[in-house]
Design a protein around this ligand. Structure first.
Ligand SMILES: Nc1ncnc2c1ncn2[C@@H]1O[C@H](COP(=O)(O)OP(=O)(O)OP(=O)(O)O)[C@@H](O)[C@H]1O
Length: 540
């Protein structure tokens, strides 16, 4: 069957009157690919059909793993009519040609010149160029709105694709995407499960089994979209502003962006603007010379200089003192700093990521945050939703933390009581992921003999900050979302201190109970004028 072929002019084209053949071809191809049981088999079957029908001699199937930003590639070449595996590898997306095709979900075509010009950058393209590949077309594989990978087709003969052929290949890639989707979901469903019906397994073939390098767990649409945004922005130098409630993972996202950037060879430098007294902040950021002020006994390198050729993560940027904001803005614009007490400027190459859990626009309105700095930071904003808005991530996060702490404590934990897991997804988690992590850690500690996690629904409630019975015991009824405790609710802070006897840090302290960092809690107490000592039992 060669209704579509490479003709003398080097065009892949459909001959008139062969629509019927194409229809049969499509049916046959669909039948074949839907029966494939694994990716290499799917790639081979697709390649056989495309070779036979179009005469193409290079076919590749790239499957995308959004959690780790990797592409798994199976590439096939036909030589003298014989199929052979040409290449098989897994690479981070940014190390492949395909970032643009995947981001825009559009096909992307490389002619010989484009292949040659990419050869220096990507070793696998260099091999294709060296072997004489003339043309390469990638088509995105999208099923039910989910991006699953790409189909690559190419030719070692001088040919190019007509618009009609492109349209046919689009139809083929749509079928292939469905087959791939079916295969991937089938794999998930058939993961081994050796637990009782009342417990939920903590092992399985989900991605957190071998945690991705950045450990950013979550299958929700929100997390997938954040992962895509991270992928887009990581390789640029754009300033990123992360906004979201406390404990939603802003720090982890900043680290992920850094890890995926060209700056990853150097450590990311972090600074928490809440934790540093305002009078010291300028010297923390820009450094000082010896004798610059009383007490400056030695020269000090500031965070901007430390972060040269790397990333500076400015956490809680909303707490940056107003008088320092113009200086920060100027450094972001000029890329130059001046140590306190020094007449000289120093050039720095720093990428900034800022994070905040407060409403910066409201702060601009009440004149505690400068709008010019906000716009400079807000080049690439990412909003991280609270856990209660992505409850579908809770089971995988819970499993992830159980595995993490079980490994650390050398415990073999086989499952979570299903009732507890179900309840978990209905709690509002005011402290977000940090609170969930604390609860899981505590439960692993209590499961000293291993086996099923020692966490009943009742104890789960007693460990969480939002433990009103209104939120639970109604599994058959629709769940009414419970609003989160406002971050600034003084009563919440007072209650936590009362319950912990004024203890701030440690596993049983108020910070852990509220799912806050110790430094964040201290700052909030200061803001409300609450003294933790007042809650400590005085020994007579
Ligand atoms: N998607 C995720 N997958 C796995 N772990 C996560 C995820 N998101 C957050 N965590 C973990 O939850 C904890 C809190 O996250 P993180 O410190 O990044 O939150 P944050 O938004 O920066 O909080 P804060 O505003 O208080 O600084 C960390 O231990 C982090 O590793």
């Amino acid at each position: 069957m060669t209704a579509i072929h490479c003709n003398r002019d080097g065009l892949y084209s459909v001959e008139d009157g062969h629509d019927h053949d194409f229809f049969h071809f499509l049916v046959d191809l669909t039948d074949a690919v839907i029966a494939a049981t694994d990716i290499p088999c799917l790639a081979e079957k697709t390649a056989d059909y495309l070779h036979e029908f179009f005469g193409l001699d290079y076919i590749s199937l790239e499957t995308y793993e959004p959690a780790s930003f990797r592409l798994n590639v199976q590439a096939i070449r036909f030589e003298q009519g014989k199929r052979r595996l040409y290449n098989s590898f897994s690479k981070p997306l940014h190390a492949t040609l395909l970032g643009a095709a995947l981001r825009k979900q559009e096909k992307i075509l490389f002619n010989r010149n484009a292949i040659l010009s990419n050869a220096a950058k990507y070793p696998y393209v260099a091999r294709l160029a060296g072997d004489g590949l003339q043309v390469l077309l990638y088509l995105p594989l999208v099923s039910a709105g989910n991006l699953l990978g790409t189909l690559g087709v190419g030719s070692f003969k001088p040919c190019h694709f007509t618009p009609e052929t492109m349209a046919l290949l689009n139809r083929i890639s749509a079928r292939l995407a469905v087959a791939l989707d079916v295969m991937l979901s089938h794999r998930k469903k058939t993961a081994p499960a050796s637990v009782s019906p009342n417990e939920s397994p903590i092992t399985g073939d989900n991605i957190e089994e071998t945690p991705p390098p950045h450990h950013l767990i979550g299958h929700s649409v929100a997390i997938q979209s954040i992962l895509q945004q991270i992928e887009i922005v990581a390789s640029s130098n754009a300033t990123v502003l992360l906004q979201g409630e406390t404990g939603t993972g802003k720090g982890l996202i900043a680290q992920t962006i850094h890890n995926l950037s060209d700056r990853k060879a150097r450590d990311m430098v972090k600074m928490n603007c809440t934790a540093i007294p305002s009078e010291l902040m300028e010297s923390e950021l820009f450094g000082h010379e010896k004798g610059a002020f009383t007490g400056a006994l030695n020269k000090r390198i500031g965070h901007f200089e430390q972060a040269d050729k790397s990333t500076l993560f400015l956490d809680e940027i909303g707490d940056m003192p107003l008088d320092l904001q113009p200086k920060l803005l100027s450094v972001l614009q000029e890329h130059q700093i001046r140590r306190l007490g020094s007449p000289h400027t120093i050039s720095v190459d720093v990428r900034c990521i800022a994070a905040t859990n407060c409403d910066l626009v409201a702060k601009i309105e009440d004149k505690t945050f400068r709008s010019d700095l906000f716009y400079r930071l807000n080049v690439f904003p990412i909003t991280v939703p609270p856990l209660r808005e992505r409850a579908e991530d809770i089971p995988s996060l819970a499993r992830f933390f159980i595995r993490k702490y079980a490994r650390e404590m050398n415990r073999h934990i086989t499952g979570i009581p299903s009732e507890t897991l179900a309840l978990m997804t209905r709690l509002p988690w005011p402290g977000n992921i940090r609170e969930l992590e604390n609860v899981m850690e505590r439960a692993v500690i209590l499961t000293s003999q291993g086996g099923v996690l020692n966490l009943s629904p009742e104890s789960l409630l007693s460990y969480t900050t939002q433990n009103s019975p209104l939120t639970v015991h109604a599994s058959s009824q629709p769940v009414v979302p419970v609003p989160a405790i406002p971050e600034t609710d003084k009563d919440t802070l007072v209650n936590a201190l009362r319950e912990t006897g004024g203890q701030i840090g440690g596993k049983t302290g108020a910070a852990a109970r509220l799912g806050l960092k110790r430094t964040t809690l201290l700052a909030r107490l200061k803001r409300f004028g609450i003294n933790a000592d007042d809650f400590r039992q005085k020994s007579s």
